[in-house]
Design a protein around this ligand. Structure first.
Ligand SMILES: Nc1ncnc2c1ncn2[C@@H]1O[C@H](COP(=O)(O)OP(=O)(O)OP(=O)(O)O)[C@@H](O)[C@H]1O
Length: 231
């Protein structure tokens, strides 16, 4: 579905990604772990074209999209749930979901979104700025789905949420996985990442320093300790 080959990314003279290789197979969930500032968001932003100075190859369903502009990439079916949610706080839940929707393009519509997120249905007419953090995260995921993506890139959707809300958001992501959605999930929390991943990558200073099946990482937590500084 999506693969990065030897991707280097730069902010001006600052060389941030150093030859990242990463693959998301169709219908699989890949989690990208790493401490703050290691290049996770830069990886996502390189895929969607927000970072323009880059080298290497980024393949989406057989097409190298690395030279395309962000608006062209968006049309190729990559959905983004950005860090910090970036919902429109002055619009209602319904307006957030419908404002950029591409309902003619596929299966997702308001009814299906509200089936997946009954909380959003209950708060349909509420201004998004009045939602809880967990509800805002759900809204950000719902908004991305309304564009009927082939693959979802999620940048720390559970950041700052209570454990209860983390569980609710992860339940939704597991349901999406069951429906066959391909996902690249950036996470800081290793337990959350391992609960859904088919494949785990760890980034350190813009390089992939670990890639394996989550069970291997579970059985080798000193690697996690070394690269993620957890105890
Ligand atoms: N717009 C920018 N201009 C210059 N440097 C940047 C920019 N955005 C990020 N960086 C730098 O690039 C490096 C990687 O940052 P990035 O945001 O990708 O890390 P991250 O792993 O997503 O961290 P976090 O979890 O804190 O978001 C950091 O050193 C950061 O300071």
């Amino acid at each position: 579905m999506l693969s990065l080959k030897e991707v280097h990314s730069f902010y001006g003279a600052s060389h941030v990604l150093h030859g990242v290789d990463l693959e998301v197979k169709k219908g699989s969930v890949v989690t990208l772990l790493g401490r703050n500032g290691m290049g996770k968001t830069t990886t996502i932003h390189s895929i969607i074209g927000f970072v323009t100075k880059k080298q290497g190859e980024i393949w989406l369903e057989g097409e190298n999209i690395i030279s395309l502009k962000s608006h062209q990439i968006a049309k190729k079916g990559i959905g983004i749930v950005p860090q910090g949610r970036r919902i429109f706080t002055t619009l209602t839940v319904r307006e957030n979901l419908t404002v950029f929707a591409e309902q003619d393009k596929g299966n997702w519509d308001l009814e299906r979104i509200f089936d997946l997120f009954p909380r959003l249905k209950e708060r349909e007419k509420t201004h998004a700025g009045n939602l809880s953090g967990g509800e805002q995260s759900m809204l950000s995921i719902g908004r991305a789905l309304m564009r009927n993506p082939k693959i979802l890139l999620l940048d720390e959707p559970t950041e700052g949420l209570s454990p209860l809300m983390v569980g609710e958001v992860m339940d939704v992501l597991l349901k999406l996985k069951e429906k066959g959605m391909s996902m690249l999930l950036v996470e800081q929390n290793i337990a959350t990442a391992l609960s859904i991943a088919d494949d785990v990558y760890i980034l350190n200073k813009g390089e992939v320093v670990y890639h394996d099946h989550p069970n291997e990482l579970r059985g080798n937590m000193d690697i996690a300790y070394h690269h993620l500084a957890i105890s």
